[in-house]
Design a protein around this ligand. Structure first.
Ligand SMILES: [Zn+2]
Ligand SMILES: [Zn+2]
Length: 212
């Protein structure tokens, strides 16, 4: 919600137009320039189709400062939002860390973006822990406490898939690796988020990294 609005805004009245007079996080430095347009090769603008901007969000499960994630997301929305534009936030729908914030944030802010003629869309890509890939090694599945098994490669596979779909920008919130049994010299960033950020960079997607 814009921090500059004076009147309380009823959340259950989604079509109430609210004037926005300043950047919603004017107290925070805005990380311009934002939204490099379709810099990745996979998205071809279609004539007449809504302009769609994609941001890929990756983050460590142990990332603590979720308010910071919200602020960085808000920074990305231009003021005013572009009528007809779709702002798509792609994430792994992990129940912990930055992923968990993205869904909520989109839901909380979709109504006023909608009022201004644009759309705020959360695009979750949960990992398929139950199924293996054809190239998975035999015997690599791990056991949960309840006795069921899962593919430990599913998270990284999902991350690669999200990168493959293309994005205009990637935000990475990286906390230190806390993996038991990890022998790499500490400190270093958690593997999943670091992997995704590096992969996005290699794919030509501009990446912004934050560390805790
Ligand atoms: Zn597997
Ligand atoms: Zn590690």
């Amino acid at each position: 919600m814009p921090s500059t609005s004076t009147a309380p805004v009823p959340h259950d009245y989604p079509f109430l137009a609210q004037p926005r007079t300043a950047h919603p996080s004017a107290d925070m430095p805005c990380a311009a320039p934002f939204w490099p347009r379709h810099t990745h090769p996979r998205v071809t603008p279609v004539k007449g189709a809504p302009v769609s901007y994609r941001v890929l969000i990756t983050g460590s499960r142990s990332w603590k400062d979720l308010g910071r994630v919200r602020d960085r997301l808000m920074d990305l929305l231009p003021d005013p939002v572009e009528p007809g534009a779709e702002y798509v936030f792609v994430h792994g729908k992990c129940g912990k860390g930055p992923d968990a914030v993205v869904d909520d944030w989109c839901e909380e802010n979709a109504w006023w973006v909608d009022n201004l003629g644009a759309a705020l869309i959360s695009e979750p890509h949960p990992a398929d822990w139950d199924h293996c890939a054809p190239d998975c090694r035999p015997g690599h599945r791990q056991r949960r406490r309840d006795g069921s098994t899962y593919c430990p490669g599913a998270g990284l596979r999902r991350d690669a898939h999200m990168v493959e779909l293309g994005a205009d920008l990637c935000l990475a919130f990286i906390a230190p690796c806390t993996l038991r049994g990890c022998r790499r010299r500490k400190p270093h960033g958690s593997h999943g988020a670091s992997y995704t950020a590096d992969l996005a960079e290699k794919a030509g997607i501009p990446v912004r990294r934050w560390y805790e």
